[in-house]
Design a protein around this ligand. Structure first.
Ligand SMILES: Cc1ncc(COP(=O)(O)O)c(C=O)c1O
Length: 404
């Protein structure tokens, strides 16, 4: 019998789960006394690692002072202002503002709404179309579902948001054709700098800068959905900096707090700001009860402080070098068809006929967590505190499972 808890992205019939009870660094424990190396930083988010008491202490101290107070007009609070200032400073924008939500999906919806309304305020209400890429994952609210590039995630939920065009993932020419056809009606293109949940697909060389050029040519905004890539995953604070392409908005979530408290947001660059600030009488009628939640904001400040203090951006790069060389050796042995990624985010493709959920389950039995992306991909996205020995253990466990 399934429990009362209806699990996300799970068959409602499933009634056996692994009960995670705790974690330290890159390891999590279950209620049966098993330990697992967390090769996925939970669900792409626990960048600074599990069990950090200083984050728990910062959250507890804030909860005792001011657990929460809303930030709709006329209120604000100190941790929210500080987190916004810090995140804006780290971003590639000269003069950014930060909108906060709780989940990546909320931030995606907000960025889509900001794109359309900023154009309207700037005198271009015809700019409505949001262009997205196949294989892209942008969350599961109706906005994010509508721009999803993973077709099964869009199906069965009824009418989605109109004026969305989904384009073949890596095809420059296809993107140019969309602009040629819809040109002046395009409000924004939304893309992950590295497509994550679709199987980890870095962009082809020059793809993102071509996208930037196209957006500029047609007056469309470029939105980078950095829910996974922000806060160090590529070895830079933002994937935008890693690829040297500055968008107009950056969506973040996950790694900003490493999941200690849910927090997400949209970093709003100068072009979108100009639209939002164009008219004195304009009120931004969107936001969430928990926009700028102080507990999330102190967790974010603490996580950023830890990343700076411990040099974790550089560590992400080192992780990538070691992990990818191990994975490439498996590919050279013929066990893998493809290895791809940057920094501390990698995807692998196994030969046809290999059951990736089965690989995941066998690896769980060997104390390793990685994520299957059917039909034939698996992903790795470890915490930045993973040790070299733990990386080697993951690689050798994958090799053993695929050899057998
Ligand atoms: C790129 C991207 N955007 C949006 C989301 C949605 O985030 P959330 O699950 O917090 O709503 C995710 C989640 O994995 C993501 O990877």
């Amino acid at each position: 019998m399934p429990s009362s808890f209806l699990h996300p992205f799970t068959s409602p019939h499933k009634d056996e789960f692994i009960t995670i009870t705790g974690g330290r660094g890159a390891v999590v424990f279950d209620d049966q006394g098993n330990e697992y190396i967390d090769g996925m930083a939970s669900l792409w988010y626990c960048n600074v690692g599990h069990g950090r008491e200083e984050i728990a202490d910062a959250i507890a101290a804030q909860a005792k002072t001011l657990a929460a107070y809303h930030t709709f007009d006329p209120f604000t609070n100190v941790p929210t202002e500080q987190a916004a200032t810090k995140i804006a400073e780290l971003s590639p924008f000269d003069d950014a503002r930060v909108f906060f939500g709780s989940s990546g999906s909320e931030a995606v919806d907000t960025a889509m709404k900001l794109a359309r309304i900023a154009h309207r305020e700037a005198g271009h209400p015809e700019k409505q179309i949001i262009v997205s890429r196949e294989r892209g994952y942008h969350g599961t609210n109706y906005g994010g579902t509508s721009v999803q590039g993973i077709a099964p995630n869009r199906e069965g939920f009824g009418q989605l948001v109109p004026d969305i065009v989904n384009v073949v993932a890596d095809d420059d020419e296809a993107m140019k054709r969309v602009f040629a056809e819809h040109g002046d009606e395009i409000a924004a293109v939304i893309t992950e700098p590295i497509q994550g949940a679709g199987g980890v697909w870095p962009p082809p060389d020059g793809y993102l800068s071509h996208l930037r050029d196209l957006c500029d040519a047609y007056g469309a905004f470029l939105i980078h959905d950095e829910v996974i890539t922000a806060f160090g995953r590529t070895g830079e604070w933002f994937g935008s900096q890693f690829y040297g392409v500055t968008p107009d908005m950056i969506i973040f979530a996950k790694g900003v707090t490493s999941g200690y408290v849910p927090l997400s947001g949209v970093i709003v660059g100068p072009a979108v700001r100009a639209g939002l600030e164009a008219n004195e009488g304009f009120i931004l009628r969107t936001g969430y009860t928990y926009s700028g939640h102080p507990l999330g904001c102190v967790a974010a400040l603490k996580c950023i402080e830890i990343q700076e203090r411990e040099g974790l951006l550089a560590r992400a790069t080192e992780i990538g070098i070691r992990l990818s060389s191990g994975l490439r050796a498996l590919r050279d042995e013929g066990l893998l068809i493809d290895v791809r990624g940057e920094g501390a985010i990698w995807g692998i493709t196994v030969p046809e006929g290999v059951n990736v959920a089965g690989v995941r389950d066998t690896l769980l039995g060997r104390g390793v967590i990685i994520r299957p992306i059917p039909p034939n991909h698996l992903t790795l996205c470890p915490p930045f505190v993973i040790t070299d020995e733990q990386i080697d253990h993951i690689v050798s466990a994958i090799g053993e499972v695929l050899r057998s």
